[in-house]
Design a protein around this ligand. Structure first.
Ligand SMILES: [Zn+2]
Length: 398
């Protein structure tokens, strides 16, 4: 657990403790002799604690911090560092107790009260007490030193709560003075609102939100897919199919998401994927494109489309293990007839349903379904289909 936190983080934490402690000595206007007598033991213990942290000896560091806190219960910075360490160790109840105690102190300087409030907000966030965390961070957004992180944490809270209006407002406040961490997040918030309005039958509201999504991100692929759904619902399958085709061509990692919509739109037009309608034709002689289509069809379980079945041998050739397995059990993939291909496809789709189909390129979490926002690291647009069949089970989150 300790290794999750870089040395820089611990260094910064301990230096903050030291800086705060010395600042407090000055703030107290203590006599020089008194400062000296208290500085020396603090120095020794502080550097011992720092040494333990740098050597990844978290328990010993905790022991030192506890000793410091007990020796001088009035030193808020030490209490803050101890609370921080408890939270990092997962002992959130203890962290909350420490930080709440600090907040109850009378005569606490404003900057220390803000630090304690911020720490308490992070405790609540980690404990899943989102309403309490929101209150803490809301009280800090006017404080320059905490504004940016408080707004980021509020954004995370609103995302978790699915409160997209608040997320939009917070995102806009944040982007007023710093670059957003996830540039496409705003467009996703509007897409969430558009989808919700569509489900409620509020089509004008849905379209307004979709327009705002496109204002935030031009040609936003998720927006195009929602727009395709709108066209399909309105009976305009040609425009729906054209939008899906565009998304598949420009964003191959979204093939499994766009392909089922594309097929649905084609069928509404009385077409199939091997159609000769130039504008909507996806037929390709490129082996890797055909393999990608077959793979997407397996992941999305839409292998009843004859053209996609014809692409299956290209996918099996690309995945040596699978190809050899099929060859041993059924025959050389290129020589299989439609019925045999259908059986292989059905078996593969069954296996895929029980395996990891998507992986976050940012944190590596595996899921069985597609999410626009990674359930692991909460990044947007980072889930992509795994490049080939992996026979390990889906993660708990999937
Ligand atoms: Zn992730």
């Amino acid at each position: 657990m300790f290794s999750e936190f870089p040395v820089d983080f611990w260094l910064a934490l301990m230096l903050a403790v030291a800086a705060g402690w010395f600042a407090r000595q000055i703030w107290n206007n203590s006599a020089k002799a008194s400062v000296k007598s208290r500085t020396e033991p603090f120095n020794i213990q502080y550097f011992a604690g720092l040494n333990h942290l740098l050597n990844e000896q978290q328990d010993k560091a905790l022991e030192v911090l506890r000793g410091l806190a007990e020796a001088d219960a009035d030193t808020v910075e030490t209490q803050l560092a101890l609370g921080h360490l408890y939270r990092r160790r997962g002992e959130v109840d203890r962290a909350i107790h420490i930080h709440e105690s600090i907040m109850q102190r009378n005569g606490l300087p404003a900057f220390l009260r803000e630090q304690a409030r911020f720490a308490l907000g992070e405790d609540y966030l980690k404990a899943g007490l989102l309403d309490r965390a929101e209150t803490c961070f809301q009280q800090l957004i006017d404080q320059l030193g905490h504004r940016s992180v408080a707004l980021r944490n509020l954004l995370s809270i609103y995302e978790q709560q699915g409160d997209w209006q608040q997320a939009i407002s917070t995102y806009q406040q944040l982007s007023g003075f710093t670059s957003p961490e996830h540039p496409t997040a705003l467009a996703h918030y509007y897409c969430e609102l558009a989808e919700h309005a569509q489900q409620e039958g509020l089509m004008q509201q849905a379209r307004d939100n979709l327009d705002k999504a496109f204002m935030a991100q031009r040609n936003f692929p998720r927006g195009n897919l929602i727009n395709a759904d709108f066209f399909l619902a309105a009976g305009d399958a040609r425009n729906a199919a054209a939008l899906c085709k565009r998304v598949m061509e420009l964003h191959p990692h979204l093939l499994p998401i766009a392909l089922p919509r594309f097929i649905k739109a084609l069928r509404s037009l009385g077409l199939s994927m091997d159609n000769t309608d130039g504008e909507l034709s996806l037929s390709s002689a490129d082996t890797s494109q055909r393999a990608a289509l077959a793979y997407a069809a397996i992941v999305a379980n839409v292998l009843d489309e004859p053209y996609l079945l014809q692409c299956l041998p290209d996918f099996l050739r690309q995945d040596a293990t699978l190809g050899e397995m099929v060859q041993a059990l059924v025959g050389e993939p290129a020589t299989l007839n439609a019925s045999q291909l259908q059986s292989v496809a059905a078996a593969l789709a069954k296996i895929f349903r029980r395996t990891q189909r998507y992986r976050c390129v940012s944190c590596g979490v595996n899921t069985g379904s597609h999410f626009w926002q990674c359930p692991g690291c909460h990044s947007w647009d980072t889930l992509a289909p795994v490049s080939r069949l992996e026979l390990s089970p889906v993660s708990r989150r999937g």
